[in-house]
Write a protein that binds this ligand. Structure first.
Ligand SMILES: Nc1nc2c(ncn2[C@@H]2O[C@H](COP(=O)(O)OP(=O)(O)O)[C@@H](O)[C@H]2O)c(=O)[nH]1
Ligand SMILES: [Mg+2]
Length: 491
């Protein structure tokens, strides 16, 4: 690294303290010219004046300076951290100073990338650092910390040793003519045990990989339905803010809007979408296409109808295609009943929900609000429809509860899970572990069919290489680029 790099390591914006991280071989020599203290002791906090100029006349800030020497720093290269007053003006002045002496702003994740290249951490740890920073729930946090603490890496090391151990047997067998190659029973037994151990362990890690990857991702919940059924109103009610535009003009939300929502332990991205309907409007059509893609990728869809809506073919299709992940709500029941009538049922238990919807259908018929298709739909699905009124805040809590239950259930579905095998955090890791397992299994099969020792040896060599890719002993620039570009600036 010829040029030095720097970055704001703390959050952007006004803050009590702002941390700027600066890295370059001999960085202390450069920075010393602009501070009022000499003999900075590594790893000790020193209160310094930082100046804009070498004459030390124009003060930037009075700050704490921490110096980490070479290999004893986060990234393995001399590093200074400045703990400044958290003003954007101060940060700007510090950046100007660093630019003027030939430093440049670091890329996202560049410090961690250096840490990997300099052997301070492996790739599993690097990915854990990113997940740790982004963890949105307790388990994700604990899981990331575990990988950062090398639990996964240490296991992989054991697997590597075992693979080398078995390999040495096959490699040796290839060196000698068949007749001269004698091994005792105990040795063969150990090889078989090692194979079993590896396959058993790695299978367990893989079996739990979907759940462990899940920890680090969010659930997608999409509110969909006809225009004007109250989707934006429901979205705002969930978020308890007016983010999405609510209006009675059909098709107000052209595309979709995303926001974050936490329900208990669950971290959710919630989407308010454009109404689904046959439309001639060009822009609306594109919007509807994008919504359809969103729907296909959603974990749960809240299918929001209203007592005054029209249920067309497109909507019925949407419902039929996504039945398993849909919650149906029928909004605006305040148009059917008086406030008193609704409030009376306020405390109905979940089991009485069905009677409730039957009453709703009866009333809709009476007021001639339903046409045949809608009525059939309601009757057919009455067990699973929740009548709500967003305006009266009626049954919104029930929807939240159902959402939570359904998400938790979908998460539990691939249970049988064993958290002690929660190691895999990314799809990259999963794909590589799958390959490692396949190579080891192939090696075992070839071994059992005797005489195919050369194939076993080749498979084990490949398994070993895949573990190296996993831990980043083998990497390409593109791989690092794709991993570290997802990091925060300054990390
Ligand atoms: N009567 C009644 N009107 C509602 C209710 N929820 C929403 N609305 C109204 O329905 C119209 C459409 O709402 P909006 O949220 O924009 O629907 P969207 O097109 O599905 O996003 C607005 O005028 C809302 O005020 C409700 O529970 N009862
Ligand atoms: Mg809307």
């Amino acid at each position: 690294m010829s040029n030095g790099i720097y970055a704001l390591a703390s959050g952007y914006g006004k803050s009590a303290i702002a941390v700027v991280r600066i890295t370059k071989k001999n960085v202390l020599l450069d920075i010393s010219k602009f501070i009022n203290k000499k003999n900075i002791k590594p790893r000790y906090a020193t209160l310094v004046n930082l100046y804009k100029d070498k004459e030390k006349i124009n003060l930037i800030d009075n700050c704490i300076l921490l110096y980490f020497e070479g290999n004893r720093s986060y990234c393995g290269i001399d590093t200074i951290e400045l703990y400044l007053h958290g003003s954007l003006f101060i940060i700007k002045e510090v950046f100007n100073l660093l630019d003027s002496i030939g430093y440049r702003e670091a890329e996202p994740g560049e410090f961690t990338k250096l840490a990997l290249i300099n052997g301070k951490i492996d790739l599993i740890q690097a990915e854990a650092i990113n997940n740790l920073i982004n963890s949105e729930n307790q388990k994700a946090y604990e899981n990331s910390l575990k990988n950062l603490d090398k639990e996964f890496s240490n296991r992989l090391k054991i697997y590597e040793e075992k693979i080398l151990n078995i390999s040495s047997f096959f490699e040796a067998s290839l060196e000698y003519p068949e007749d001269d190659f004698e091994v005792d029973e105990g040795y063969l037994k150990r090889i078989e045990d090692d194979f079993d151990f590896l396959i058993d362990e790695i299978s367990n890690i893989l079996k739990n990989s979907d759940s462990s990857i899940r920890l680090h991702s969010k659930f997608n919940v999409v509110i969909a339905g006809p225009t004007n059924s109250g989707k934006s109103s429901l979205f705002n009610t969930f978020l308890k803010e007016d983010r999405s535009i609510v209006s009675d003009i059909h098709g107000t939300t052209r595309d979709y809007i995303e926001s974050e929502l936490t329900l208990g332990n669950l971290h959710i991205s919630i989407f308010d979408t454009a109404g689904i309907r046959d439309s001639e409007d060009k822009i609306e059509k594109i919007g509807i296409q994008r919504v359809n893609k969103l729907i296909s990728e959603a974990d749960i869809i809240i299918f929001l109808l209203s007592v005054d809506c029209i249920l067309d073919k497109k909507l019925l299709e949407l419902f039929e295609n996504n039945k398993s992940k849909i919650i149906v709500a029928l909004n605006k029941i305040d148009l059917l009943f008086t406030k008193d009538e609704i409030l009376k049922t306020k405390n109905i238990e979940k089991t009485k929900k069905n009677q409730d919807i039957e009453k709703v259908i009866g009333k809709m018929k009476e007021l001639k609000l339903t046409e045949r298709v809608f009525e059939e739909f309601l009757l057919e699905n009455h067990n699973n429809i929740i009548p709500i009124s967003i305006e009266m805040n009626y049954n919104i809590d029930l929807i939240e509860k159902m959402l939570k239950d359904k998400l938790e259930k979908s998460y539990e579905q691939n249970k049988e899970e064993d958290e002690s095998y929660f190691f895999i955090q990314t799809i990259r890791q999963k794909v590589l572990i799958e390959q490692v397992l396949k190579y080891i299994k192939d090696a075992q099969v070839a071994y059992k069919n005797k005489g195919l020792y050369d194939i076993s040896a080749e498979c084990l060599r490949n398994a070993y290489l895949k573990i190296n890719e996993l831990t980043g002993k083998e990497y390409t620039e593109e791989l690092l680029e794709s991993i570290f570009s997802k990091f925060c600036l300054g990390k």
